[in-house]
Design a protein around this ligand. Structure first.
Ligand SMILES: Cc1ncc(COP(=O)(O)OP(=O)(O)O)c(N)n1
Ligand SMILES: Cc1nc(C(=O)O)sc1CCOP(=O)(O)O
Ligand SMILES: [Mg+2]
Length: 514
């Protein structure tokens, strides 16, 4: 008899009756991986199990082949008979509630066919196809007959297919793919084969500092960039990425969101494992379980930036402060003492060295009030003084590049006037958007978008929004009440700094928006 040490909710379990000893039934998202076994456990079924476990998703497995492989290469492949693959599929799908099926190595046409039959018989929420054809060591894992099965049966059923450059080339009849524009063309042609979404992975693109993947959903292209991690431990990245996408879809994410999260997870895992030494070959495995080791990952960055800090966003202007006879540091001190919840140093006419000195002083003031300090436009100053982040506009450095340069920890804000710009800011890894100009202002020559433009952007933005432009005591409350939950605050320049007493103006403005 099982020993029960903790009783939940005061319930006394009935002895020897396992049903009454259970707590509330709970459901865990479930991915079924249909793939080959990798004895070295870097890729294949083993990588899929680790990726799903690391993303807190249950993973069942249907094994299509057993490979003898290690960090040197693939020494042997034993393909399972399609009838036995069908039996495994039936065992899992007829009994368990599977949310998402993810496929890896499908080494025979018969296996592709039984898989498609079972997917028709047991429909799932999504099908993620990683078209494994060539191993990272260059060994061929699926012959040309399988290709026909992919093209004719499997891809038309797929919600997403994730080829690398070699696989995309093979799927399209060996077309050469050498640039991001080739990848876009390939994504479109593969989309024509039937999958709802395509992710062409550019990790092997020559002469590229970044890992650029092209995502195409049939309407729009997205270039997803992350800085390349310098490591030998990349074996299994394709399997892990596809499993991670499947895991996020099983949890209920949208497709683009799942892809983005998966890419961040891979980057964090590669960074974390870059010096790991397993095996003597050219390509080692990486460690999926960074989450267990309390590692600060970009995929788990939610504690780093609190969107509520956008409530009263003070943006400095040296002309105004000079006019009223105060230094930038005095202005910032008054603003944070008055209740500003975040500060941006927007100093357009200052020498770099002076900017750096002022930023260091302001940083001390802001840190003592636990208020984040961002720098306008200047990534170099942000890094040099270790400010909390940067705010950039549409004509400044692209946000994806800013993220690469600043790393996962810094806050990045991007100015956006349109829903498309807001979507791109999110793809690029920004943390919030500044949306405006809402009303006309003398502070910056700018096109206004009005309250309706602000609402349009807020409604599509997946990032928190701060409104900017012509905002002050008379209209701030109305802006905060437009009724969109992701509008988190107002950013103001002249209403605080083109006034005699910054402290009083900040307190008054805070009172009307709180
Ligand atoms: C919070 C916030 N939103 C928008 C802007 C404007 O940034 P940008 O478009 O780069 O223009 P400049 O400020 O550089 O003139 C901002 N600074 N802050
Ligand atoms: C810096 C800035 N950016 C804007 C944008 O529309 O992106 S409007 C603006 C100036 C806002 O100043 P004030 O609060 O004095 O109107
Ligand atoms: Mg700018």
């Amino acid at each position: 008899m099982a020993k029960v040490e903790v009783l939940c909710c005061g319930q006394v379990p009935f002895r020897n009756n396992p049903k009454t000893m259970m707590t509330q039934p709970s459901k865990i998202p479930h991915v079924l991986s249909v793939a080959g076994s990798d004895s070295g456990a870097g890729a294949g079924i083993q990588a899929d199990l680790k990726a799903c476990a690391s993303r807190h998703v249950y993973c069942s497995t249907v094994i299509t082949a057993v490979t003898a492989q290690n960090t040197v290469g693939v020494q042997g492949v034993h393909i399972l008979h399609e009838h036995f693959v069908a039996q495994q599929l039936n065992s899992v799908l007829s009994d368990m509630h599977v949310d998402v099926v993810k496929t890896g190595m499908l080494p025979s046409l018969g296996i592709v066919k039984v898989l498609c039959q079972n997917l028709r018989k047991f429909p799932v929420k999504a099908l993620v196809v990683d078209p494994v054809m060539i191993s990272t060591s260059g060994d061929v894992l699926a012959g040309s007959s399988v290709l026909a099965g992919f093209r004719e049966e499997l891809l038309p059923m797929a919600d997403i297919v994730t080829p690398n450059l070699k696989e995309a080339s093979v799927l399209l009849g060996d077309v050469p793919l050498k640039s991001v524009s080739d990848m876009r063309a390939a994504a479109k042609l593969i989309h024509d084969l039937g999958p709802r979404n395509v992710l062409v992975k550019g990790g092997d693109l020559p002469n590229s500092l970044d890992a650029i993947d092209v995502f195409f959903n049939g309407e729009e292209f997205y270039e997803l960039c992350s800085s390349r991690v310098n490591t030998r431990n990349t074996h299994g990245t394709g399997c892990t990425l596809a499993s991670c996408i499947a895991a996020e879809l099983a949890k209920g994410s949208s497709m683009l969101s799942a892809v983005k999260t998966a890419k961040q997870f891979i980057k964090a895992a590669l960074d974390y494992s870059k010096d790991l030494v397993i095996g003597n070959g050219a390509q080692g495995p990486f460690d999926h379980f960074l989450a267990l080791k309390n590692v600060n990952q970009s995929a788990y960055r939610q504690n780093r930036f609190n969107p509520d800090t956008l409530l009263l966003y003070a943006v400095t202007d040296s002309t105004m402060n000079r006019k009223w006879g105060r230094s930038i540091a005095e202005a910032v001190k008054a603003a944070v003492e008055g209740g500003a919840t975040i500060v941006q140093l927007r100093e357009k006419d200052i020498e770099t060295r002076d900017f750096l000195d002022v930023a260091k002083v302001c940083l001390k003031i802001c840190r003592s009030h636990r208020v984040p300090l961002l720098i306008n436009d200047r990534i170099d100053v942000t890094l040099a003084c270790d400010a909390d982040g940067v705010h950039i506009g549409q004509s400044d450095m692209p946000a994806s590049l800013a993220r690469t340069l600043l790393g996962p920890e810094k806050i990045i804000g991007v100015s956006c006037k349109t829903p498309e710009q807001a979507e791109q800011a999110w793809v690029d890894g920004a943390d919030y958007i500044g949306c405006g100009g809402v009303y006309p202002t003398n502070t910056k020559a700018n096109r206004t978008i009005g309250l309706d433009g602000l609402k349009d952007v807020c409604q599509v933005s997946k990032l928190p929004v701060v409104a900017i432009g012509g905002i002050g005591l008379s209209n701030a409350r109305a802006i905060m009440e437009i009724g969109v939950p992701n509008l988190k605050g107002v950013a103001v320049v002249s209403a605080l700094f083109d006034r005699e007493c910054v402290l009083t103006e900040t307190k008054n403005l805070l009172a009307v928006i709180s």
